[in-house]
Design a protein around this ligand. Sequence first.
Ligand SMILES: Cc1cc2nc3c(=O)[nH]c(=O)nc-3n(C[C@H](O)[C@H](O)[C@H](O)COP(=O)(O)OP(=O)(O)OC[C@H]3O[C@@H](n4cnc5c(N)ncnc54)[C@H](O)[C@@H]3O)c2cc1C
Length: 489
Amino acid sequence: MENIETDYLVVGAGATGMIFVDEMLTHSDARFVIVDRRFRGGGHWNEAYPFVRLHQPSAFYGAGSRELGSRRVETGGPNSGLYQQAGGAEITAYFEQLMQERFLPSGRVRFLPLHDYRGDWNGQHRAVSLATGEVRDIRVNRKVVDTTFYRISTPVSHTRPYESAPGVTVITPGELPQSLAPGRHYVVVGGGKTSMDVVIWLLEQGVGAGNLRWIVPRDSWLLNRETLQPGGAGTLRMVEGLANGLEAAVSARSLDEIYERLERSGDMLRLDPKVRPGMFHQATISRGELTLLRQVKNVIRGRRVRRIDADRIVFEDGILQAPANALYVDCTARAISFRPTVPVFDGPRITLQFVRDGRISFSAAATGFVEATMDDEDRKNRLCAPIPYEEHLVTWPRAVLAELRNGEAWASDPAMRAWARGHRLAGFTTADASSRDAGEKLNALRRRIAALRPQAVANLEALIAAHENGRSRLAADESQTTLALAANG
Ligand SMILES: Cc1cc2nc3c(=O)[nH]c(=O)nc-3n(C[C@H](O)[C@H](O)[C@H](O)COP(=O)(O)OP(=O)(O)OC[C@H]3O[C@@H](n4cnc5c(N)ncnc54)[C@H](O)[C@@H]3O)c2cc1C
């Protein structure tokens, strides 16, 4: 048994843990122990399928101290004209370099890979080697940092929610490149971003859309990637996106209407214009990718797979015949599990969460900066109020309200304002937008946002309240029904 002492114990060497430590290394002289079950840093990206890419440009992903990617603009393919998005191998290499070239040589970070955290998150901290069983007790002078809040599951780590008969081939997206064969039929199970990556990749390899069947249990609204680009023009478009959102919020009479308005302004997209999506999960897509996805006509919507037999798919509500040699690609892992938020700063524990809408890297870096430079816990929690997400249309209004509140808290805190201005992860490159023309456009957008804001906030709050009332009415109806059923034996 070894006894270790440290200032901060960070559980998880995924992107968020490493980005947090990176920012704290810059702004403090603290020492860190990082523990992870995996054999190296980078978290779930280590087991990503080979054709995975970031959803957003590399330009504002990763740690504050070093760029990811080269700011290349794609010149071909469905993302032509958009900034490069790093692939899984590039991302894991990036975090490995961060560990080997910055963290370990600093002499302030000790990394325990292949170690499981087995403490109580309070005063007892222990890591156990998965290779040798050796136990290490860790005395923490300052805080323990929990990076596992979102419990990310990947196609490799999750348990499939359906069964398959012997002889049926169900693979993960990672096994797909070795499994292609001429004339083969593919059934893609799942409607999230991974399934879209798989369908796009298959079409790009030349697989005919007619050989594809796609099971989409729920449709979701998707962010148009054009609205998330770096540089001066990208910054203007991002700010315009917020203005469009507030404009949509001012007069929308329902959650659906907000999204439909955002679709008209080019901020949101959906797979099929005839299908009304029931959720928003922060997934991002380009118009070029959407054109590819729409080539697939054999889409089965609104049904969940229970079992796959040799020549048929059994759903909760029926059966569909399927080609006997079909290859099933399981894309049902949920990636992030959205749960009720908890305070980021809570005594001796920090729980990393999104504190700026949709920007996990910037959120982790901001939390590191706040921890390194501030003492007052109320101030810290005001600056880092977690953004609530759930898999429902209400997620966008909630996130926008929280984003506006945090943005305001940052703007009125001089230290935070100075840190965020020009930070590479902020996404807003005001320097590039400083030409006279761009500056005028930016100011006009800011005036538009300021004018729309009060009415938009009021209407969003009303729509959220109506949603909550509907939900509690539904819950009350359900419990009445349960009571009635129980009373009737
Ligand atoms: C396909 C895909 C594309 C994505 N694209 C983007 C994007 O473009 N932009 C974006 O911002 N986000 C994107 N994301 C979200 C992405 O998950 C985050 O960017 C980020 O990688 C999450 O990092 P994390 O540190 O929160 O989690 P993880 O990567 O899951 O890291 C947590 C780590 O904690 C470790 N751990 C957990 N419990 C213990 C324990 N008890 N003991 C020891 N170690 C433990 C795990 O082994 C793991 O390595 C994408 C996600 C997916 C799946």
